[in-house]
Write a protein that binds this ligand. Structure first.
Ligand SMILES: Cc1ncc(C[n+]2csc(CCOP(=O)(O)OP(=O)(O)O)c2C)c(N)n1
Length: 381
């Protein structure tokens, strides 16, 4: 007896026709990270843009070195250096218009500075002096975000709200490879794609989440491939190639501005310094690996392209370095001044309406400070 006979001849109706809701092929990243410098594509690159990128990466390299030195001098509590990642930092900031918003992570001080944030104010949070240290609205740079990936839903919310209001605003959100394992990453990308929000997500894949290598973080073919699951395009780019990052991000920003929705860009790069000054990177990676990446250095790549094309000479290189030295000197001088701090500021900008607990704590701190002041006055009398 056949199976159909056993079932008494019952034939279920075929399921309703199914097909993918969108064609996944155009969303897939290219097989290789996109490159410009040292390739044929560089011929089409705007010389002025290349010079601008170069000036900023040289400044960025020096800023990182100076900020790290300040941690050793006790003037800065912690600094997550972006040495090796300057191309992605600079290109991210320069791909945006002034009216757009940047949502950085703690590592993205350079992007904030390129966008106009005062170089000292960009370090306030890392010094532990005050809150963000700058007014996010002034240059449209959200606070440098330490809780991993939490800046991503904020970016989506702002972009979606701007679109509903009819404002011409794109949000660029930056995150590390480790941050892509956070629930916030998933929620942000999902909402962004469903709402077609004008957001660009830039993952700087620098190989490690502190000591955790990417292979322990994900089994995906690339982080850019994750875009397909959300229904947005994924793009792979050489994160040390400032011209390539600038082109890919500018395309993604244009696409978002034109109503095309979000893009996920993965920039392949490398953190040459330790995670922060509190980390010893020799415990989890080899010198040979670091050296291999130094041979693909973002500053060197731009310098070589510009000099080979006759767009930069010795004088130009010297001028860029002098400008970077001036930036570092200003940073040293201002960071060596003791900040004047009011402990009561702890309670400022926490909530629009302070909670009863905060009001209580504020009163307690005020009473303690007054008592301390009275004691000091008494001791002087
Ligand atoms: C929600 C959350 N969990 C854990 C941490 C601790 N933490 C700080 S940095 C870091 C690694 C992040 O690596 P990645 O996202 O790749 O960025 P990178 O530091 O390499 O720029 C971790 C786990 C944190 N800041 N926030």
């Amino acid at each position: 007896m056949t199976v159909m006979e056993q079932r008494g001849g019952y034939r279920p109706a075929p399921p309703p026709a199914w097909q993918p809701r969108t064609d996944p092929a155009p969303l897939l990243p290219d097989a290789e990270p996109y490159r410009v410098l040292g390739t044929q594509a560089a011929v089409k690159a705007d010389p002025e843009l290349l010079r601008r990128l170069y000036a900023h990466v040289v400044r960025g390299r020096r800023y990182n070195a100076q900020a790290t030195a300040l941690t050793k001098q006790g003037r800065l509590a912690v600094y997550p250096s972006s040495t090796g990642q300057e191309a992605s930092e600079v290109a991210a900031a320069l791909a945006l218009e002034e009216r757009d918003w940047l949502f950085p992570s703690y590592r993205d001080t350079l992007a904030a500075v390129v966008r106009g944030v005062d170089p000292v104010h960009a370090l306030t949070l890392l010094r532990g002096d005050w809150h963000t240290g700058y007014d996010p609205h002034e240059h449209r740079v959200a606070p440098l975000c330490t809780p991993l990936a939490t800046q991503l839903p904020h970016a989506v919310g702002l972009a979606h709200a701007a679109r509903l209001k009819g404002d011409d605003v794109v949000a660029l959100a930056m995150v590390g490879d480790g941050g892509t394992s956070e629930g916030d990453f998933h929620e942000a990308l999902n909402f962004a794609a469903v709402w077609q929000a004008p957001v660009v997500f830039l993952v700087q894949n620098n190989g490690f989440a502190i000591s955790v290598p990417l292979a322990k973080q994900t089994a995906a073919p690339s982080l850019a491939h994750k875009a397909v699951g959300y229904g947005m395009p994924g793009r792979l780019v050489d994160g040390n190639d400032a011209a390539a990052v600038h082109e890919v991000l500018s395309d993604a920003v244009r696409h978002a501005r034109a109503g095309g929705g979000p893009t996920l860009v993965e920039a392949i790069t490398y953190r040459v310094d330790a995670h922060t000054n509190a980390d010893d990177a020799t415990r989890y990676r080899s010198d040979a690996e670091v050296e291999a990446w130094r041979a693909h250095d973002p500053v060197m790549l731009l310098e070589r392209e510009l000099t080979e094309r006759g767009l930069l000479d010795e004088d130009g290189i010297r001028a860029a370095r002098e400008d970077a030295e001036a930036l570092a000197a200003g940073l040293r001088e201002r960071m060596n001044q003791d900040p004047v701090l009011d402990p009561m500021d702890l309670f400022a900008h926490v909530y629009a309406e302070p909670t009863s607990q905060l009001r209580e704590q504020r009163a307690q701190l005020r009473a303690e400070l007054e008592a301390e002041h009275d004691d000091q006055e008494g001791a002087l009398r």
